[in-house]
Ligand binder design. Sequence first.
Ligand SMILES: *Cc1c(COP(=O)(O)O)cnc(C)c1O
Length: 380
Amino acid sequence: MVDLKGQYAQIKDQVDKSVLDVIASSAFINGPEVHAFQKELEEYLDVKHVIPCANGTDALQIAMMGLGLKPGDEVITADFTFAATVEVIALLQLTPVLVDVEKDSFNIDPEAIRKAITPKTKAIVPVHLFGQCANMDAIQAIAKEHDLYVIEDNAQAIGASYTFADGSVKKAGAIGHVASTSFFPSKNLGCYGDGGAIFTNDDDLAHKIRGIVNHGMYKRYHHDVVGVNSRLDSIQATVLRVKLPNLDTYNAARQDAARKYNAAFYGNNKIITPHISKSCENPICTGCNCHVFHQYTLRIVDADRDALVQHLNEKGIPCGVYYPIPLHLQKAYKDERYNEADFPITNQLVKEVVSLPMHTELDDDQIEFITKTILDFVNG
Ligand SMILES: *Cc1c(COP(=O)(O)O)cnc(C)c1O
């Protein structure tokens, strides 16, 4: 699904030197590389504060702790996403409220958010799934109207832009009150281990979060709040510093691969290619920078998705089903408050979706082999 070795080969000299320099310096924790990366990412995202941490799941948890959410507060998020989002809500004894998504974009449905709001609702967590922002015009408006926090789970869309209805443009993760991201190796900006970060434009919240990630300490050995230990280490930071200047090029390579996939599948009525919320007239448009294709996800309609997956595996083509089970049906998150009739889209998508290999090193021969194999299969 990803070719991390091929990408490493392109930057090997720089990465090796940077990592060896960190080892020679022995500044493994909170060293100058972490600080420098933080500043560079703030500049790239045009956000006031980046707080690095240990992984994307911690980042979500810490964002919620920073906002002071309390047990019993309701947090609305998407039913069709990776479990990390709902996991941290539950861990903090907040009440997860899962809602359905949009069929086209796979992202949380603003109308479903509206219907789920109660007097206990405190926050909305839109997940920018597969590399494209949720409908932030609508979500920001709902949040404003009901005085709710917006926590963007930006683990899959770093580098994507969002164009508002008024024409203004912001980077994914620089829109809500606070955002989280992950530097897991296979993410669009991945390190060589675990890593994550929290972003915010709110000075007070940033200060609070800087203490939370460091055992609740604002002054050495004074623990003012209950915190956690969540750090990005200097070796990961130095790898990220090498990769960040390439992020736009990496995302452009993903978009280029997506365009070639789109062109190959164009016109086939059993294959629905990824919907781009802000696309132009061009039928294979990948929406400028509004989708950074963390995943390139097809919907297979009127053909057997599971048989296709098996066929691809037999042909040696990696593929993935993200995600095969709606969160509201997962054992850990089942709840009698949920009603099947409220999740028609997620229940449908889990049967239709398949994600194809997507990374920065895909070449034309690979894309041709993958698309031909899929087309031969669905066309019988
Ligand atoms: C990867 C991911 C996370 C978690 O990130 P980790 O660094 O693996 O903890 C959270 N949310 C989404 C949507 C993700 O894709």
